[in-house]
Design a protein around this ligand. Structure first.
Ligand code: GLN
Length: 540
């Protein structure tokens, strides 16, 4: 039998298709925000570790931003940028550590300051009209007002580097902004990427658009066009792709994108693990097939999962059992598709997002260890599949916008995250069909009321958990002895820290009444008011 030829065409990278600002990361906790701000300005940006060899870059950026970082440039083990970056011939902006790095490369006049500077400062912009007009471009439109900027540094430039001018100063930092007299080389001591610098995005735009000349073409409409072409080129004319869908935003958007690109040569598999939300499997099935036209197989493996979960109370064990069983079931189903006569399944779809990529490449210092993601390694090897990750360049808000562009219903696009092990980890204690039933019904009432009150999008994640301890109650003059439902609803931007949502009393009263009345087996409802940290968002 003849082997199918691999597509001859190498796919182009997004950074080759759109004007791109490269952000070199020195390990600041805000580096990814620089990338985000640029994307919000419709300018494509990618982040790479500061150790990136410039000769190995696969694209030519329109400009480079050197990020902040926790190190001191003068320390013996401090990270330094490949000096070739200064010969790229594109504008460079240094932010905090990045500014100090530019100074270090131009005379090494950086030292520890007597005063550390954290928090707000007022930046005064220094104009140089006539002398070297380009140096004023970074603060263009910002020069007539005093600019509030957020600082977080202990080191300072002890001297203005040779060939540079001061373009901004604060009471404490005479070199809050510098620019080279001839070259397009800029540095600022403050952080324009954080929201505490209200005009920061304006400054970033000045750099990217006015100085680097980036076209603001990074939109999800343009992305869809180029991405569909890229997927087609990568998959080729005959190969097929399989992938798991869960009903979550990422897997749904990825699946719809694949469907747009290669139609029924993309096979989605939905594994019903028995611990999905109330009616979820049915809803997901209908949305994906009838609504979005995706070629989908639904596997009801709930018996298999629940049998394995019998008697298990330990949360880590639950997670492991569900994770492993998922891989087994998925592999079995995928094998069915792969072994059809004439099938040429070559790829496995993953809904990896850019924050995962950033997490695995961001610079963590000399002892950096690269984190490997997910459990798909074995799957790829066993099944001889290659990975396809069409969302790996996107942030979550971009994925949502993309989903809307692709016609995915609002409800799904804005869905709260739902853990892989499902409500199994929201039932404290053993997961039995009876407990699942209770947890599902209570959760459904809570979410229904949240949506009815128009609060769903204000809340980042909400659910009901079932506490398998008994409390006394009186219902219909009868003494009852039933379980407790705990409601959890949090607001967060990054899921690293979270605060509980401040419902009004009326709302909570309504939800509690409904749950106690409508869900047999529950006689008490409590609201979780623990912040993260120390609490986690989920209970297990
Ligand atoms: N570590 C350097 C300093 O303290 C840079 C800090 C930063 O980039 N935020 O000045």
């Amino acid at each position: 039998e003849q082997e199918i030829k691999k597509p001859a065409m190498e796919t182009e990278m997004i950074s080759q298709l759109f004007d791109t600002v490269l952000v070199l990361d020195f390990g600041s906790q805000y580096t990814h925000l620089i990338t985000r701000r640029l994307r919000e300005l419709n300018i494509y940006s990618e982040m790479l570790p500061c150790t990136q060899k410039i000769a190995d870059l696969s694209f030519k950026p329109k400009g480079v931003i050197l990020s902040g970082g926790p190190y001191s440039v003068y320390a013996p083990d401090a990270p330094h940028v490949d000096p070739a970056v200064f010969d790229l011939g594109v504008p460079i902006l240094g932010v905090c550590y990045g500014l100090q790095e530019i100074a270090w490369n131009n005379g090494k006049d950086v030292s520890a300051g007597e005063r550390r500077e954290y928090g707000h400062s007022v930046v005064r912009v220094t104009k140089h009209t006539g002398l070297a007009a380009h140096v004023d471009r970074l603060f263009e439109g910002l020069s007539h007002e005093e600019m509030v900027a957020w600082m977080s540094h202990g080191d300072k430039l002890s001297k203005l580097p040779e060939g540079f001018l001061v373009i901004a100063e604060t009471d404490n930092a005479p070199f809050a902004g510098i620019a080279h007299k001839e070259k397009e080389l800029y540095g600022i001591q403050f952080h324009p990427e954080v929201t505490h610098t209200p005009k920061g995005t304006h400054l970033i735009k000045n750099f990217a658009v006015n100085i680097c000349g980036c076209k603001q073409e990074w939109t999800m409409d343009r992305f869809v066009e180029t991405e569909i072409e890229r997927i087609r080129a990568l998959v080729g004319p005959t190969s097929e792709v399989i992938g798991a869908v869960s009903g979550g935003v990422d897997s749904t958007v990825a699946a719809k994108l694949m469907h747009e690109a290669i139609g029924d040569r993309f096979h989605a598999i939905l594994v019903d693990n028995g611990v999905m939300r109330l009616n979820e499997c049915q809803i997901v099935k209908e949305t994906l097939t009838k609504g979005l036209g995706v070629n989908l197989d639904v596997v009801d493996a709930s018996e298999e999962f629940l049998t394995k979960l019998k008697g298990v109370e330990d949360p880590e064990k639950k997670r492991k059992i569900i994770g492993n069983t998922f891989i087994e079931v998925f592999q079995r189903e995928a094998a069915k598709i792969t072994s059809r006569s004439g099938a040429h399944v070559e790829f496995l779809l993953q809904g990896t997002l850019y924050p995962d990529v950033i997490e695995s490449i961001s610079f963590k210092g000399p002892s950096q260890t690269i984190k490997t993601h997910h459990n798909v390694g074995g799957l790829l090897e066993n099944m001889h599949l290659k990975l396809i990750e069409p969302l790996r360049e996107l942030f979550k808000d971009e994925v949502r916008e993309l989903g809307t562009n692709l016609g995915i219903p609002e409800d799904l696009v804005w869905r709260h995250p739902f853990p892989g092990p499902g409500i199994a980890i929201r039932i404290l204690g053993e997961v039995t069909p009876e407990q699942i039933d209770i947890a599902r019904k209570a959760d459904n009432i809570f979410i229904e009321e949240i949506k009815a009150a128009g609060l769903y999008r204000k809340i980042s994640q909400a659910f009901a958990a079932l506490l398998p301890v008994r409390a006394v109650g009186v219902m219909g003059d009868q003494r009852v002895y039933d379980q407790i439902v705990a409601l959890r609803a949090v607001e967060t931007t990054d899921y690293m820290t979270a605060d509980w949502f401040d419902f009004d009393g009326k709302f909570l009263r309504r939800v509690a009444t409904r749950i106690v009345n409508e869900v047999p087996g529950v006689c008490r409802v409590v609201y979780d008011v623990t912040q993260k940290p120390p609490g986690t968002i989920e209970f297990q």
